[in-house]
Structure formats: structure tokens, C-alpha cells
Design a protein around this ligand. Structure first.
Ligand SMILES: [Zn+2]
Length: 239
């Protein structure tokens, strides 16, 4: 398969030499790829601004020994301009791309691609609270990556639960406490279920303190799984 074509969202870019750039792209069917865009930093580049973070493009590539090369890029959607115009959207969108880059390094799926695309599109086009779009993405992305949170009943005795384990993603009652457990209460678990479902009306019903506590718990759960911190999460504007 020396040549291939796929659609993808640009996660990050790095300069390479004088005029080239390496782009990291989450594709629909080929997982996460890194490819060289030759001459992209020349003003006359045929790629224009089509290979910047948040851009969705139809790409033609050919395989190389170490890195693939982008031969053509057609823009499918540009969510970047709406996102960079709003600081809260920008910080959440940046954290989504960084989390996606980490979570899809080893393996990905078209489901994960569509999840990232949906989150970035929601940030760009709608006025949902951007930190809640981020939290919803993170919970669902962790779930797709194999760390499915179990949010219903105590993992051990089946009674009503109020504690969420940031280590295992399971919930428990106070008698069957798990390592890394944080008491988020019934309201916290209700909020997490709304985030998992992308139920924005349900998400909006949570109190400010519940949202803040659940955000902290989701970040801790993600960081436990990734083992080391993601720097962009510290900059998310939570209003
Ligand atoms: Zn229990």
C-alpha cells in the first residue's frame, strides 16, 4: 500500500528543516499517522493553511520507510478560526487534541476519530460550555480506549454508590471503598452519566461545585491511566 487516501484531523505540527513540517494526524481509517508536508512553510505552498491543528482534510499520502509524505490535502472543514477566537474554546480544544494524540498513539479506531471530530465541531459551532465538552470527550475517549467507567452501582455489594475510583473507574459505597476513590455523591455520578451520554441538558443541570469536582476526578482518572500529566489540562479555562 505505497499510496493511500484518508480523511483526518490535524492534531499537531512540528517544523522540519527550513520549509517542511511534520504533521500528526488522526485519520478515520489508518489511526494516528505522522507525515511530512514538503515545502509547506513556503508562501507559495500548495497546502496553504490546510494542515494546521483543528483542520479536517481529505489527504493523499504515500508511505515512506520512517515517515509518510502528504502529496495532496483538500480541506473538508476549518474549525480553527472559530476556536482560536475564543480563549475558553481554544484551551479546551487544545487539551482534546493533546489527549487524542496520547490516547491514539498505540491504536485508534474510526469511532475515536468521529468522537474527536464531534467534540471539535461542537466547540467551534455551538455555545455548550467548552470545559464540559472537554470532560465529555475525555470520559468517552477513555472508555473507547478500554478504561470504561462503571457508573451505576457499588462494584462489590451492588448498593447505591457515591465514590468514584480514579484508578479503576468503578464506583463504590463508602463501606466497599476502592483505591483512589473520591466521594462525588449521587449528583456527581449523575453528572458523569450525562457527560458520557453527551446529554447537554443533563450536563447543564449540575451545580457549579459538582462540575468542578467531576472535572478534577476525570482529570485524575485520565492522568492515572496515562501515568504522567498532560500540560494543556492545567491551562483549561473553567468559568
Ligand atoms: Zn458496597
Amino acid at each position: 500500500m505505497p499510496h493511500y487516501r484518508d480523511e483526518g484531523i490535524v492534531l499537531r505540527t512540528h517544523k522540519l528543516g527550513e520549509v517542511d513540517r511534520i504533521v500528526t494526524v488522526l485519520t478515520k481509517n489508518h489511526g494516528q499517522i505522522r507525515a511530512v508536508a514538503k515545502g509547506i512553510r513556503k508562501t507559495s505552498s500548495r497546502f496553504g493553511a490546510r494542515l494546521e491543528p483543528f483542520m479536517v482534510a481529505d489527504l493523499q499520502l504515500y508511505e515512506g520507510r520512517n515517515l509518510d509524505t502528504v502529496s495532496q490535502a483538500e480541506q473538508l472543514a476549518n474549525y480553527g478560526s472559530n476556536i482560536v477566537a475564543d480563549y475558553a474554546k481554544y484551551t479546551s480544544a487544545t487539551a482534546i487534541l493533546e489527549a487524542a494524540e496520547r490516547l491514539t498513539r498505540e491504536s485508534s479506531s474510526s469511532q475515536h476519530y468521529l468522537l474527536v471530530l464531534g467534540a471539535i465541531r461542537t466547540l467551534a459551532n455551538f455555545d455548550e460550555r467548552s470545559d464540559q465538552v472537554l470532560d465529555s470527550y475525555l470520559l468517552r475517549a477513555l472508555s473507547i480506549s478500554g478504561w470504561v467507567p462503571a457508573l451505576d452501582f457499588c462494584h462489590s455489594c451492588g448498593e447505591a454508590a457515591t465514590l468514584f475510583s480514579t484508578h479503576s473507574g468503578a464506583v463504590s459505597c463508602s463501606a466497599c471503598k476502592l483505591p483512589g476513590a473520591v466521594n462525588v455523591g449521587q449528583s456527581g455520578l449523575l453528572h458523569m452519566r450525562a457527560l458520557m451520554a453527551g446529554d447537554w441538558d443533563g450536563v447543564a443541570e449540575a451545580s457549579e461545585s459538582t462540575r468542578a469536582q467531576v472535572s478534577g476526578v476525570i482529570t485524575a482518572y485520565l492522568q492515572w491511566q496515562l501515568e504522567r500529566g498532560m500540560k494543556s489540562l492545567q491551562h483549561v479555562e473553567r468559568v
